[in-house]
Design a protein around this ligand. Structure first.
Ligand SMILES: Nc1ncnc2c1ncn2[C@@H]1O[C@H](COP(=O)(O)OP(=O)(O)O)[C@@H](O)[C@H]1O
Ligand SMILES: [Mg+2]
Length: 245
């Protein structure tokens, strides 16, 4: 089982859109796929038309009073299960802090379903926290959407430093440009600078496209409601680049 997290310190950069679309594509090619929505705002849960509710809240999962299997929900799509977010996840840091091996608990919880899934997507809240440390320690790949702007590059440096300081397994960090507008000079410059400084950046660029925003109206992944759109092709190309073999 591989674990792929969409992560960035910043919010509003495309983490949830990416997790939802790539999880759909993984499931579509027959992989047994789980998406765990770790963000108390529950955007991924909403997009899969699931109620943002976990019995006993995040606490019951973290302290293992309830197995994560008990909280799983089916989606409208074959091979694709969802572990919903719940508003109680806003306190997940505190609950993790109370456990032994406080930076390894999410990984341990995922180990308990490793026979059931080929790939797990973690859709993360935008923060540097104990939850994020757990995500880093549990992941094989951190997929980092970047809006091409100077402050995004600073946040990416902070993220890289944070990842290097987390103990244990180091995930592969793969950045990609999200909501890019090639007509903007600054966007082109930042993309060039980032590509030449040795960071691992995917070739695929996901432009700013309104069909991606429309996911919230359709409450579905882009390739499910607009399979021939440019946005669907972009996510397919991104998935082909980052999918674990
Ligand atoms: N490539 C894109 N083009 C246009 N809008 C996008 C794109 N990616 C995300 N969005 C929109 O931007 C907002 C934030 O995206 P989201 O994926 O929720 O980011 P995050 O999870 O990082 O907060 C949402 O309204 C989403 O529909
Ligand atoms: Mg999000």
């Amino acid at each position: 089982m591989k674990v792929l997290a969409t992560y960035n310190i910043k919010g509003g950069v495309g983490k949830t859109s990416t997790a939802v679309n790539l999880a759909y594509l993984a499931a579509r090619e027959g992989r047994r796929t789980l998406l765990w929505d770790l963000d108390p705002q529950a955007a991924a849960t909403f997009l899969f038309r699931v109620r943002p509710r976990v019995k006993g809240g995040g606490r019951a999962l973290v302290n293992r009073r309830r197995p994560i299997e008990a909280a799983l929900k089916a989606t409208d799509f074959e091979n694709l299960a969802l572990l919903p977010a719940d508003f109680s996840y806003r306190n997940m840091d505190l609950e993790l802090d109370d456990t032994k091996k406080r930076t390894r608990r999410l990984g341990q919880l995922l180990d308990s379903v490793s026979g059931e899934y080929d790939i797990v997507f973690l859709d993360c809240p935008p923060s540097v926290s104990l939850v994020s440390e757990n995500v880093v320690a549990a992941s094989d790949i951190l997929l980092v959407p970047l809006i091409p702007a100077t402050l995004s590059m600073r946040a990416f440096e902070q993220l890289t430093r944070f990842v290097s300081e987390v103990e244990g397994r180091r995930p592969e960090v793969v950045a990609f440009f999200s909501m890019a507008d090639r007509r903007k000079r600054m966007h082109r410059d930042v993309i060039e600078a980032m590509r030449s400084n040795g960071s691992c950046v995917a070739d695929t660029i996901v432009p700013a496209l309104s069909v991606i925003e429309q996911m919230a109206q359709h409450r579905a992944p882009v390739p499910a409601f607009a399979p021939t759109s440019r946005a669907a092709r972009c996510y397919e190309q991104l998935w082909a680049e980052v999918r674990p073999t």
